[in-house]
Ligand binder design. Structure first.
Ligand code: MLT
Length: 396
């Protein structure tokens, strides 16, 4: 009789966003009259920018012509897209990359978990708490030992390493999902120096880099001296360019990043990808490349500004209600304290039932998230304003 991966028994019964979606669907079924406003999962609502849709449409038509049809894409990304991403890093972020170091994939969620294939299960993993649950779950699936570094009000949800911290693989998400907190240059330098000293690797999730407003907050860990020897960076077009339904991301592994036995992590990742992955579809890659043209960048930045208007609307409401919160400025998320000492799932139920607003309970992002709640700014202006009116009525 076959055996299953026993590690799955150590997971929570359901993935956080699925649990929330199931509860929302059950409520909607029982209350068909309810006008539910979804501020839960960070899914975009604005359509994909015209530069990208036109490029995708053109490529789709080209795929239907004998002369321009193409089969399998490159395993790691078509050269024109690698060049476009490289130029984005250079011109928008100020980081020079070799195109070979950029690996185009179907998204950051996949990559932050798939990358674990190249690491031994003996590695000790350190995950911030609260944080995006995929880091924890994917390590549990592999049976790795995970410990936590606490983000809280005292450290502004930006935990820092100290001498007592030990580990081999450290996850950092900045701007953080769910708290919206963002490391500044000095703080990231401390992390990089720490990782170099320990011989550890930082898995740096930069999926929300485009939301950063503070000039002092790096948009890439490779802005920090030494990071090329200790970090892997994950990026996504999901939030940047509204590609949640298209799927495209990229992972940067510097050539200098080697294990203690001299193994190149970039070579290992490429070996992994060419075996388990057949590349991102041509249509998607054309759309992604168009995002990085001057026209595409102007269009996506307008979309980001639109979402930021939502976070400002939320911030005004919570200021008025005297409810403390984090995020919003460098992030599409608001991380608020549940009012009146409520638990986060209790607050979830209250908002769903009394205001028909869905958010994400902080406890789902880790123990330290208990007592907090995440609201997404990816909705439309009118619905966000409506949700805030309902909250004011309920909590004011
Ligand atoms: C979120 O809401 O945290 C994200 O949309 C989930 C994801 O990116 O997988």
């Amino acid at each position: 009789m076959f055996k299953v991966n026993e590690n799955y028994k150590n997971l929570k019964a359901s993935y956080l966003f699925k649990t929330v979606a199931t509860k929302k669907a059950a409520y909607a079924k029982d209350h068909p009259e309810a006008d539910i406003i979804n501020m839960g999962i960070g899914d975009v609502t604005l359509p994909i920018c015209p530069a990208a849709t036109l490029a995708m449409a053109k490529e789709a038509l080209a795929m239907g012509e004998k002369a321009t049809f193409k089969g399998y894409p490159d395993y790691y990304g078509e050269p024109y897209l690698l060049e476009a991403i490289g130029n984005y890093y250079k011109n928008s972020i100020g980081v020079e990359l070799d195109p070979e170091e950029i690996n185009v994939t179907c998204g950051a969620k996949e990559d932050v978990s798939n990358i674990l294939d190249i690491f031994s299960t003996d590695n000790r993993v350190v995950v911030p708490d609260p944080v995006y649950p995929v880091y924890l779950d994917s390590n549990i699936m592999d049976g790795r030992k995970v410990s936590f570094i606490t983000g809280n009000v005292e450290n502004g949800f930006l935990p820092m390493p100290d001498e007592s911290l030990d580990g081999d693989i450290f996850y950092i998400c900045s701007p953080n999902n769910p708290t919206g907190a963002c490391y500044n240059r000095d703080q990231l330098k401390v992390w990089v120096d720490f990782a170099l000293k320990k011989g550890a690797v930082i898995l740096y999730d930069a999926a929300y880099e485009i939301f950063i407003e503070d000039a002092d907050c790096p948009r890439s860990i490779f802005e920090i001296e030494g990071a090329r020897r200790c970090a892997i960076e994950f990026c996504s077009l999901s939030k940047t360019a509204g590609f949640t339904g298209v799927r495209c991301g990229y992972t940067v592994i510097p050539k200098e990043l080697v294990a203690s036995d001299g193994s190149s992590l970039l070579s290992m990742w490429k070996r992994r990808q060419s075996t388990k992955f057949n590349g991102v579809g041509h249509i998607t890659q054309r759309g992604a490349a168009a995002v990085f043209t001057p026209e595409g960048l102007a269009q996506i930045r307008a979309n980001i500004a639109y979402y930021k208007e939502n976070t400002r609307t939320m911030m005004k409401t919570f200021d008025k209600l005297g409810i403390s919160y984090y995020g919003g400025k460098n992030s599409p998320y608001i991380w608020l304290r549940c009012p009146n000492g409520m638990g986060s799932w209790e607050f979830f139920d209250l908002l769903l039932e009394k205001a028909n607003v869905v958010g994400i309970p902080g406890e789902g992002f880790g123990k330290s998230g208990e007592g907090f709640f995440r609201l997404s700014g990816f909705g439309d202006h009118a619905r966000t304003a409506e949700a805030m009116e309902r909250l004011e009525k309920l909590l004011g």
